[in-house]
Ligand binder design. Structure first.
Ligand SMILES: Nc1ncnc2c1ncn2[C@@H]1O[C@H](COP(=O)(O)OP(=O)(O)OP(=O)(O)O)[C@@H](O)[C@H]1O
Length: 331
């Protein structure tokens, strides 16, 4: 059963500002903590350029002979029609404009990577897709964002339900201080997606399986979710998002707090999940973007500079700024 994200008239909502305040009893929906928990802390990162390999010849854009190109390993092309359409989206934090007229089509059943230097607006844009910016005081979004042709910013949309359909995973795994089972069962329970315990057990098992965690936790479902390793916690959070039947999963640097082995597992999982979901991932690692995404959008100083198939963006970008970024000249 899919959750309708259109507003239920029986339920009070103030439209755009509704968000978490609509339902303070819902700390977490679709894998995200809703009210004002926008974790922007991140560990110091060194730029990951391991994917870059020497290329002897100059490229068509006159890049120097020493130009390095990425090894793109994700399958190229997209698998689905447009799921989310952004048009002329601008975002302001108070007086400060963080995003300028971004227009981007995000295809279904595809991984779209948002890349760009720190502060260019990747996370801000990600948050426009499930109205998480509504939860930030003083934040204003203009322009239009449609999901399946429906404007998500109208009063008819219940942001709480929207956020269940457009789940979000943050860089720091954020399981509830509850059992593994309860972490996954919470969403289906509060949304009334199941009618009895057997059904709920089935959803928990299926979600954990889809998140690639079942084998590791089947015998300890009633232990604390916070007792898992970082990588397992991140997969638990993904299982929690999956449990409410989302259509889109937004990931904001989901591996930046994980070690390489846990990262590899999440990347494998992302590749499997794209068969069912529209996935948008913010990453600082170009190696990761090249490995997991089929589409890439490059942002710089609040503007979308260029978007295209990942392979094209990484091997033959149209814009000089993109080339400079992916080859490490700035960022
Ligand atoms: N809650 C906020 N209040 C005020 N300004 C903000 C807020 N969140 C982000 N900004 C500003 O908006 C701009 C874009 O930030 P955003 O976090 O979207 O960039 P980013 O590309 O995701 O950066 P990073 O890669 O460092 O996470 C930055 O100038 C940032 O300082």
């Amino acid at each position: 059963m899919k959750l309708p994200f259109f507003h239920n008239p029986a339920k009070a909502s103030d439209g755009r500002e509704g968000g978490a305040s609509d339902n303070p009893g819902l700390p977490l929906m679709g894998g995200q903590i809703v009210p004002g928990v926008t974790d922007t802390t991140r560990p110091d990162e060194t730029r990951d350029e391991s994917f870059l390999t020497p290329e002897p010849e100059a490229d068509a854009r006159g890049a120097p002979a020493a130009q390095r190109v990425p090894a793109v390993t994700a399958a190229s092309g997209t698998a689905g029609p447009t799921k989310i359409m952004a048009r002329d989206v601008s975002v302001f934090y108070g007086e400060k404009q963080a995003l300028y007229d971004v227009s981007l089509d995000i295809p279904d059943k595809t991984v779209t990577a948002l890349i760009g230097p720190s502060g260019c607006g990747k996370s801000t844009f990600l948050r426009t897709m499930n109205r998480m910016n509504d939860t930030i005081q003083g934040c204003r979004v203009t322009g239009r964002i449609e999901m399946d042709g429906n404007d998500i910013n109208t009063k008819a949309i219940d942001p709480v339900l929207l956020r269940a359909q457009v789940g979000m995973v943050f860089q720091k795994p954020n399981p509830f201080p509850k059992t593994i089972y309860e972490n996954v069962a919470y969403g289906p329970k509060i949304h009334g997606l199941t009618t009895n315990k057997t059904e709920l057990d089935g959803v928990v098992e299926a979600s954990l399986k889809r998140a690639g965690l079942w084998e590791e936790v089947a015998d300890r479902l009633h232990s604390a979710g916070t007792g898992l390793s970082g990588g397992q916690q991140q997969r638990l959070v993904i299982a929690r998002a999956i449990a409410v039947n989302p259509e889109v999963i937004l990931m904001d640097e989901p591996c930046s707090a994980l070690d390489p082995i846990a990262t590899a597992k999440i990347e494998e999982l992302i590749d499997e999940l794209r068969e069912r979901y529209c996935i948008v991932i913010v990453t600082h690692s170009m190696a990761q973007a090249a490995r997991v995404s089929q589409r890439t959008a490059f942002f710089h100083m609040g503007r979308l500079v260029e978007t295209g198939n990942t392979e094209e963006i990484f091997t033959n970008p149209r814009e000089r700024r993109t080339l400079d970024y992916i080859t490490g000249r700035f960022g």
